[in-house]
Design a protein around this ligand. Structure first.
Ligand SMILES: [Zn+2]
Length: 242
């Protein structure tokens, strides 16, 4: 069942240690088949070197395992909430990559400070509020999804234009049209967080990019008028951003 998607999700999971954005088993990737209403996710707690494509677990939109011998990632319910609430996304990634986690722990959004950021994220990457005691003690992983969705709704952010979030006191989630792209975004997020950290050490001034530079870099790569790269017809973020 969903063998091609399992392979894709497996390969995307294996990119995490290669890209240096995961330590031990602290990360997971999933991908969804919207037609089938099923998603495929990494099993919980299995070291990357032991992982096989057939180990990927198939889960339905109620969080029930449909196929697979192992328990799905403990973060499965967070992925599920994101798939339900962000209906255009095709994949979700969670890591504890150090630079992104540093901002999540400090409770700081990643402000757009340069073109590296603007090439991928059309504005600041938000940080959520901390989960309450009640949210943590009941349905913790599901509530992690809800706090992410709430953050985007409250701040009026389009999840396609800013495909990442920092969950306060926890770490980053990213998403995208497919598992590979969502993993690339997780790496970009961590690189941008590292740059952001250093830039903030060097000044106390307001170094946010102006809107016109953000527009230029984001729309060079995204939407109907994108002209970056070789195949603009396949630009995958749609033309409807803001
Ligand atoms: Zn985590």
């Amino acid at each position: 069942m969903l063998e091609a998607l399992k392979q894709e999700v497996y390969e995307a999971n294996m990119m995490l240690p290669k890209l240096g954005i995961v330590t031990f088993t602290w990360g997971n990737v999933s991908g969804i088949d919207r037609k089938e209403g099923l998603f495929v996710i990494k099993p919980s707690g299995v070291p990357y070197e032991d992982l096989k494509p057939e180990d990927m677990v198939v889960v339905d939109m109620n969080g029930h395992v449909v196929e697979g011998d192992m328990n799905p990632s403990s973060d499965t319910m967070t992925h599920l909430v994101l798939y339900k609430e962000f209906p255009t996304i095709g994949a979700v990634v969670h890591t504890h990559s150090s630079w992104a986690v540093s901002f999540a722990e400090a409770g700081l959004p990643l402000e757009a400070l340069g073109t590296t950021h603007a090439d991928t994220f059309f504005g600041d990457v938000p940080v959520t509020e901390a989960l309450t005691k009640e949210e943590i003690e009941s349905a913790y992983e599901e509530n992690t999804g809800h706090v992410i969705v709430r953050t985007f709704k409250d701040q009026g952010i389009d999840p396609e234009a800013v495909p990442a979030v920092l969950v306060k006191q926890h770490g980053p989630f990213t998403w995208g049209p497919n598992p590979k792209k969502a993993v690339e975004t997780a790496k970009i997020l961590d690189v941008v967080a590292e740059m952001n950290y250093h830039a903030l050490q060097l000044t106390r001034g307001d170094i946010r990019v102006p809107q016109y530079l953000l527009d230029k870099h984001y729309y060079r790569k995204h939407g109907a008028n994108a002209y970056y790269g070789q195949n603009n017809a396949k630009s995958n973020s749609g033309a409807t951003h803001r």
